[in-house]
Ligand binder design. Sequence first.
Ligand code: FAD
Length: 278
Amino acid sequence: MSKLPISFEFFPPKTEEGKFKLLKVHEQLSSFKPEFFSVTYGAGGSTQERTVETVLELNAKGISTAPHLTCIGATEENLTELLDLYKNNGINRIVALRGDLPSGMGSTSGEFQYASELVTFIKDRYQDSFTLEVAAYPEMHPQADHFDTDIENFVKKAEAGADAAITQYFFNADCYTHFVERVRKAGCNIPVIPGIMPIINYSNLIRFSDACGAEVPRWIRKQLEAYKDDSKSIKAFGAEVVASLCRQLVDAGAPGLHFYTMNQTEAVESILDKAQLI
Ligand code: FAD
């Protein structure tokens, strides 16, 4: 079997203990020889310095590390400063996003409104210095009015120069194949990599999913609810469900998998082990 490209996403740790733990997680996941790691970035200020610090530290260890970069509320000047810093430190990949301003920060009066504008900006200023990944929403972006326009808006990001897309997580392989079919019909051929969320904890999963518009199917919710506090059973069931999803996605032609690791190895390792894909 040829090697399936995979990538792993982290969030920037807040504490010294978190940093230490992430270095261990990074070391363990490096053994899967991922294409890249990525590190999230808080639109509107929170975590931004920690993202830079984490990205530079991990990238120096040898496997390409991509910062997420959001444009909402940003100016050309501060984006240029950050992109120059990344370029000068050997970063060659960016996950280019709009981001969501934290509630209470008001609406978008900044210089950028949409991720496609960020992609255009990076391409104009930096040409091909960075491989650009953008976000995709197989279940539709939660703020979009209509699926058709959301697809059109996704295609604009590819037309602006995005090299590939990573999806929001989902638990139903059909929404992925449907989304890919629609963007192909719209003439867009960039790889669309499914984002894979391990199931580790019931209440966190429901909270995240409500916030980002990802659907947790009833049969999964009901089974997780039935396990109550039995975290061993939740993890075992979650690993089976997500491994099966990964297999279906690869069978359906997914060109790789991107794991939302939550800075933990156990669940991802268990999924990869059960899915037998690499
Ligand atoms: P866009 O592509 O700009 O789309 C946002 C909305 O605007 C959509 O509804 C779209 O249909 C609409 N739209 C786009 N263009 C136009 C247009 N020209 N006219 C009218 N409407 C338009 N958030 C963070 O803050 N930090 C992170 O690190 C982060 N990482 C992420 C990683 C992945 C893989 C994913 C899938 C999401 C991530 N997010 C992150 C969340 C993301 O920032 C939010 O979902 C945000 O609401 C949308 O970002 P986007 O880049 O998809 O925006």
